[in-house]
Design a protein around this ligand. Sequence first.
Ligand code: GLA
Length: 354
Amino acid sequence: MSLAAPFTDIFGSPPTALASAPGRVNLIGEHTDYNDGAVLPAAIDRYVSVALAPNDGSAHRVRSTRFGDTTERPVGDPKRDDWSDYAMGALWKAGALGWCTGGMDVLIDSDVPDGAGVSSSAALITAILRAAADSAGVSVDPADIAKHARAVENDYIGMPCGIMDQMAVGLARKGTALALNTRDLSYEVVEIPAAWTFMVIHSGIRRELADGRYSVRFEECRHAAETLGTAALCLLTDAQKDAVAALPDTLRKRALHVTSEHDRTLAASAALKAADLDTFARLMSESHRSYSEDFEASTPEIDALVADAVDSGAKAARLTGGGFGGCIVVLVETAIAEAWITAFLDRHPGTWRV
Ligand code: GLA
């Protein structure tokens, strides 16, 4: 739906810019992005769209098509743990970059579920930054938008995420995956073979990145890296790899996951390019085992869903995103995909297709 007409109805004049960004699913490469490693996310066919315009006032007015009222907050208002924080953070950054000077009116429409680990917040922040730049007549490189969007999460929201989600929602296209090196932001867009289908299924367990467990893992990785004498846990020398075994148990397990996940992700990108389904599937399964046992970011319910997905004919499945709930991503041969998911959802009433 175009937001121009509803925006004009609500705020009294037309928007100066419209923009949108998709959600994303990570195929493999979990918690590698803030450790200078590889990731392989793909866009999903769900979008956050925004319309905006300057309002000549000193407050931002933010409205979502999901809720019936407009939230009004002063320019520069700090985070207050409200749904409008992501919009406020994006506008704060747009203001700091000179893309808006006073208050802005923003209308948001989204079918990207939140709390599902499919980057609804990165998509919202990215869409607002794109629209704000466009409204100011500024042309911005997508990688720079991604860096600004990450800064909103890190500095305004207080979530110490890496840059995978922001790069994915800014650069991935439907039907492709983004093989991204998070150290230098070089990337390759890789076609997903037509015979492969990635299904995204919500486990029914809601997750909140800001609930603290993500940050605990972030700190554990930082601690492990410091102890090993590096800033890049994914890029250890042979001597540093040998030293992993001597880390305290928790740090050792976190480091084992992150370093092996980086290697798996590089191998998975190569397998995707070669359309090597069996290798890709094996790497996804190993990734889930590592994420669950070494990184301890899964739950027994999610482990059971992953196991049943494979037992019932999927090639592989794994928990995707920041961990502790949200979605699994399942690799199924396209020929059986629809029949497979119908039967799977029937067997697991609390789950749904994203
Ligand atoms: C969240 C974060 C990302 C990344 C993933 C885990 O989505 O926002 O930066 O760390 O978790 O891979």
